[in-house]
Design a protein around this ligand. Sequence first.
Ligand SMILES: NC(=O)c1ccc[n+]([C@@H]2O[C@H](COP(=O)([O-])OP(=O)(O)OC[C@H]3O[C@@H](n4cnc5c(N)ncnc54)[C@H](OP(=O)(O)O)[C@@H]3O)[C@@H](O)[C@H]2O)c1
Length: 291
Amino acid sequence: MQIGIAGLGRMGAAIAARLMETGHTVAVWNRSPEKAKPLVEAGAKQCATPEDLAEQSEVIITILTDADAIDHVYNGEHGMLSGDVADKLFIEMSTVRPEIPIALAKVVRASGARFVECPVGGTTGPARQGKLFGFMGADEGDAALARPILDQLCRRLEYVGPVGNGALAKFTINMPLMIYYQALGEALSMARAMNLDPERLMDIMADTSGAPTMMKARAPTVAKMLKGEDPPVTFDLSGCIKDLQSMQAEAKARGLTLPLVQMTLACMEEAASKGLGGKEAAMHSVYWSRK
Ligand SMILES: NC(=O)c1ccc[n+]([C@@H]2O[C@H](COP(=O)([O-])OP(=O)(O)OC[C@H]3O[C@@H](n4cnc5c(N)ncnc54)[C@H](OP(=O)(O)O)[C@@H]3O)[C@@H](O)[C@H]2O)c1
């Protein structure tokens, strides 16, 4: 199938590589064109504008930073909806508030195209291996069209109802994880006085009832951070802050009270103010453990 990917950040690049591996013809576009180089060398076609990308693709996947980026790529000058997109399928995978895909779905459908949102759990490794957890919000007919492609990206794909519910599901699963980074930092600050080797300490932490699944894979990386290493970034602290701010805004609009979200956000903003915004998210726990 002709698949276009707009947004070759950490996730978009991994998704593009995965879809090429599964046999699709992949075209790509990114705001900073140089990021396409490894994919082009592997056989992807680079497009000059989002409009060109949409024109050349049957299915177009977007995974971008935030609402502004989505607006730029879909509705901006030479945006994806500038040309004739009738009958094409757009799959939007960014983590944003539900109102964003709900509004986008209306514009896309008005252009005669189909729209599915599918934000994901899991980071770059699972994206590259097709082992994400997808939360699909769509009309049932559009969901059925998107499923065969998303099944190649996801180890588990949950259809959660109409567009907007995918975004809500993503907030629901991300919230405890974001709060866990703060909880881990506080726990590690308590552990400091024992002077245990970081690898042993993280191995213990990962083997307890309080550890999220994430720790099974990430505990050794946190141990390295505790030893002063600065590992490659898969999801950065700024992304956590963006997600927590979005959750807080969503909660306010729904009359919900989320005190732990509020406190975690304040603690992460403090860490970002010390220059950690671009670092791996778990670096927040390490920062807090040393306070
Ligand atoms: N990383 C993860 O583990 C993970 C997991 C699940 C979900 N997510 C979500 O997936 C999305 C992407 O995450 P990521 O980690 O891949 O982010 P990233 O590496 O920072 O990439 C962000 C992408 O958005 C593009 N972009 C930003 N602003 C733009 C604008 N105004 N116009 C056009 N393009 C713009 C960037 O283009 P440039 O290259 O030109 O900057 C880049 O392609 C986010 O919503 C994130 O919350 C991430």
